[in-house]
Design a protein around this ligand. Structure first.
Ligand SMILES: [Zn+2]
Length: 471
């Protein structure tokens, strides 16, 4: 009889885009690849737990592809439950994870305090076991578990398992992780794509996919489509800025603090220097985006050539005179009274938290305001409702009608579109790997599976949450 020697189990991002987590088990070792938070709506909070199988087996090591919250956000739960294994990540990912997890802890603690105060107002008490998902102390302890790795350098992470980090071109420090796993005396190469950036994402280096694999776990966020071309996106960006400038309008850009914010600043600077848009104030309205911008500035070795050149001649998008970084909530609120034109880049990217929420409340009914949607909006998020132009939305407990101008700029995604994903896979297609599609809603991963089937003759597996895949 055959013994099962290698099992891969997704504990998130299976048929959806958040909560990335894969348990990799051999007879000798257990490794967790990413341990991300489920994000989107309130119901997701209940899913942000440690699955029983991880509890029972413990974990020898965590391997992190990148530091977005949906890939690292459950890590503090491990330390909280006494699982003290090393967490391997690139240098920039460690710095970013620190920023992301500290921010998440503050949000958890803030939410908890609000729930407590509300219960007290109503004369109740919160159940004794109710706590923030994790706090800053959990994060400190988690950070102490990090071990920094170099790109392209294989290291042993657990018994019989080596890992190599390959540039993924998705955010600063991001990687696809190749695990070289000894199974029954033979080496199996398992590649976790992580999130893959488009080939021409400005600012960052391009993805460098591995050349060989036995098993590939491939993201499919935008597996159903190619993004609008960069040119089209740039033209739209210019049109919005020029229109707002002419009519003293305000532009609000809900944007992830990490990556997207810096990319918008890059576009603004580049287009302004090219004379296509005028100078107007651009406010980076997010402490986290300010922190992320500092980390970007500290890791200039990870930028692409054009961005390095811009920085060298004193045109770094992070250091322009019209760009103002708003540290405090008071500064953010002052924007309510300020006349346009101006642009505000604020988090959270999917509009479910952060300062963008008060900007939505105050401006979504203004026909002279623009909302520039530049990132993925998960099902159930406020951002998705705005993109779908739901006539009435609820913001901070109040009903608002969507009357502002809503623009969706598809070409700025930090995720590869269908063709770039297929090309990424094409680099290792000759080795005829087993393909597992994750990190995409079914509406995206099914058409992507069709494309891979047609182009490469593979039969992708589309797993559900906690489905054991044995090899
Ligand atoms: Zn990501």
């Amino acid at each position: 009889m055959f013994a099962v020697m290698l099992t891969i189990t997704p504990y998130g991002a299976a048929g959806e885009v958040t909560g990335s987590a894969y348990l990799v088990e051999t007879d000798a070792a257990t490794v967790l690849v990413d341990f991300g938070m489920f994000q989107g709506d309130k119901d997701d909070d209940a899913r942000n737990v440690i699955p029983g199988r991880i509890h029972r087996n413990s974990v020898d090591a965590v391997v992190l592809t990148h530091a977005h919250l949906d890939h690292c956000g459950r890590l503090p739960l491990l330390r909280r439950e006494g699982i003290k294994c090393p967490i391997y990540a690139t240098d920039a990912s460690r710095d970013m994870a620190e920023l992301v997890l500290r921010d998440a802890a503050r949000i958890q603690e803030g939410d908890f305090e609000r729930r407590k105060r509300r219960a007290e107002r109503l004369g109740h008490k919160l159940p004794r076991n109710e706590q923030p998902m994790f706090d800053e102390e959990d994060v400190e302890r988690t950070l102490a578990q990090f071990r920094v790795v170099d790109y392209d350098l294989p290291i042993d992470v657990a018994k019989g398992i080596q890992a190599v980090w390959h540039e993924a071109g998705h955010m600063l420090g991001s990687a696809s992780v190749e695990l070289r796993i000894l199974v029954d005396g033979n080496e199996k190469i398992v590649v976790f794509s992580g999130d893959v950036g488009p080939a021409k994402l400005p600012y960052l280096r391009d993805p460098e996919p591995p050349r060989r694999a036995d098993i590939v776990i491939l993201e499919s966020t935008y597996g159903d489509r190619d993004h609008k071309s960069e040119q089209e996106t740039i033209d739209e960006f210019c049109a919005i800025v020029n229109d707002a400038h002419a009519k003293n309008g305000k532009i609000f850009v809900p944007a992830f603090a990490i990556g997207r914010t810096q990319q918008i600043l890059y576009y603004y600077t580049k287009l302004q220097l090219a004379g296509r848009i005028p100078v107007m104030p651009v406010f980076v309205d997010s402490p986290m985006a300010i922190g992320a911008s500092k980390i970007y500035a500290a890791h200039s070795e990870l930028l692409d050539e054009e961005s390095s050149r811009m920085a060298e001649v004193g045109n770094s998008p992070l250091r322009r005179r019209n760009v103002e970084f708003l540290e405090t909530a008071e500064e953010s609120k002052e924007l309510n009274e300020r006349n346009g034109p101006f642009m505000v880049i604020a988090g959270a990217g999917m509009c479910n938290a952060g300062r963008i929420v008060h900007h939505i409340r105050n401006n979504i009914e203004n026909p002279n305001a623009h909302f520039m949607i530049v990132g993925f909006q998960a099902h159930g998020s406020l951002g998705r409702k705005i993109v779908d132009r739901v006539p009435e939305i609820r913001v901070m407990g109040e009903i608002r009608n969507v009357r502002a101008q809503i623009h969706t700029l598809g070409g700025m995604s930090a995720h590869a579109g269908q063709s770039d994903l297929a090309a990424w896979f094409g680099a290792m297609a000759d080795s005829k790997p087993t393909v597992i599609l994750t990190h995409g809603e079914d509406s995206a991963r099914k058409p992507f599976a069709d494309r891979l089937r047609g182009e490469f003759g593979v039969e992708p597996i589309l797993p559900v949450y906690a489905q054991h895949l044995s090899f």
